[in-house]
Design a binder for this molecule. Structure first.
Ligand code: URA
Length: 408
């Protein structure tokens, strides 16, 4: 079925009926494994083993996030892991909807290019260790077709279909180990811990069965990661993390994912926080950006217009909803409505408080940025009810870190 669909023999109508049946009835473990194998077989498989065999790199490791708001972790993470001699081939995508895209963020760096040939990618992995680039069209073409169909038939949010879609691309990419960042909360596909756990379990089993050392971290996406949501503003925040600073939650998640990738690569005693503090990760970042034509020292684009959203009362900020902030950032121009639309490099949102912080009435909570001020009104509409300020923090909600659970 997958092969015939990829070749155009099975029509869109027939595949959409099957996708809806899978969406409603689910699949068992063998069915998911068979479906994923067929998706992998629809295209090419990449092979980075020569980098390890030649001794240029000690291992290959990759990270995949199921997508969130303010999720810029790939940017500091890839160079950080490469510090330790591991090759990190990070094939990334563009944003669609309220979640941002890694390539859109990096394209705000003057000169940087996302499209590399396989040979360029291999050279950069050998010489620098880290690559973040666009996936070529050869990997799992069945998924490309099927994902577009799912998008218009309301069948995206199905655990077997999401798991096989992500894992077919990751297995075809040929990495030795993979760490999955499965997001949980309003800004994620999976809104609750139980379904995020099931998605993580399904993907870890698929990876492990295919010979890829796979682990998953379930991480909080009820509120945006860090203090910046958008494109250039997220690059700036990533550079702050690489300079040894940056918001605590972004540093926590970057270090936790790096530690998993390094442990899976046979380097369990590495201290990735140290490589952020002492500048080694920044050195790899600069080399990685330069190798793809970017100028790591160039000033980043700034939006022409900004407006602030202020707190309505004194108290404690108890919620700042990830989905609503992501939607507002998208409407400000950081994301696109159609695949072919351009994004604004400077658009996005800066956060001035995080859940748990005390706030005063009239204090700025968010700065909205765009080049096109007519977008402010719809962004403000999206933000209605996003920030909840209560007189005091509820006692039944203890402070928690970003990493909620690990699935192996
Ligand atoms: N990301 C993917 O690549 N596929 C899905 O189905 C969902 C998220």
């Amino acid at each position: 079925m997958v092969d015939a669909y990829t070749r155009g023999v099975v029509a869109e109508e027939q595949m959409s009926a099957l996708a809806m049946a899978i969406f409603l009835r689910g699949m068992d473990r063998d069915e998911i494994a068979g479906w994923t194998r067929a998706m992998i077989a629809s295209g090419e498989r990449m092979d980075f083993s020569q980098l390890v065999r030649s001794g240029a790199r000690s291992a290959t490791s990759d990270k995949h996030s199921t997508g969130g708001v303010g999720d810029k972790i790939t940017l500091p993470l890839a160079p950080l892991v490469a510090v330790y001699g591991v090759a990190v081939p990070q094939l990334s995508g563009r944003g669609l909807g309220h979640t941002g895209g890694t390539l859109d963020k990096l394209e705000s760096i003057p000169g940087w290019r996302a499209a590399l040939t396989n040979a360029e990618m291999m050279d950069q992995l050998r010489d620098v260790g880290a690559v973040i680039c666009a996936a070529g069209s050869g990997l799992a073409p069945a998924d490309k077709k099927l994902y577009a169909l799912r998008d218009v038939t309301g069948t995206v949010e199905s655990i077997p279909l999401i798991a096989s879609s992500i894992m077919s691309k990751k297995i075809a990419e040929g990495t030795q180990s993979l760490v999955l960042d499965v997001k949980v909360g309003s800004g994620a596909f999976m809104k609750d811990l139980a379904s995020a756990h099931e998605l993580a379990r399904t993907m870890v089993d698929l990876g492990t069965d295919a010979g890829v050392t796979t682990t998953a971290l379930l991480t909080d996406m009820s509120t945006p990661l860090g203090l910046a949501v958008g494109n250039a503003v997220e690059v700036q925040e990533s550079v702050d993390v690489l300079a040894g600073g940056g918001p605590a939650d972004v540093v926590e998640l970057t270090v936790a994912l790096a530690a998993e990738m390094l442990a899976a690569s046979g380097i369990p005693d590495a201290d990735p926080a140290e490589a952020l503090r002492d500048g080694r990760a920044m050195d790899v970042w600069r080399a990685m950006i330069s190798a793809q034509g970017g100028d790591p020292g160039a000033p980043l684009p700034q939006a022409r217009e900004s407006e602030t959203v202020t707190a309505e009362a004194d108290g404690v900020l108890t919620e700042l909803d990830a989905y609503k902030v992501g939607l507002a950032s998208w409407r400000l121009g950081a994301g696109r409505a159609r695949r072919e639309d351009p994004v604004q490099a400077g658009a996005g949102i800066l956060l001035h408080a995080k859940p748990g912080d005390a706030v005063r009435a009239g204090q700025p909570l968010l700065t909205l940025r765009t080049d096109t001020p007519e977008r402010f009104a719809r962004a403000r509409e999206a933000l209605e009810g996003a920030a909840v300020v209560l007189p005091s923090a509820p006692e039944d909600r203890p402070a928690r870190g970003v990493v909620l659970e690990t699935v192996r």
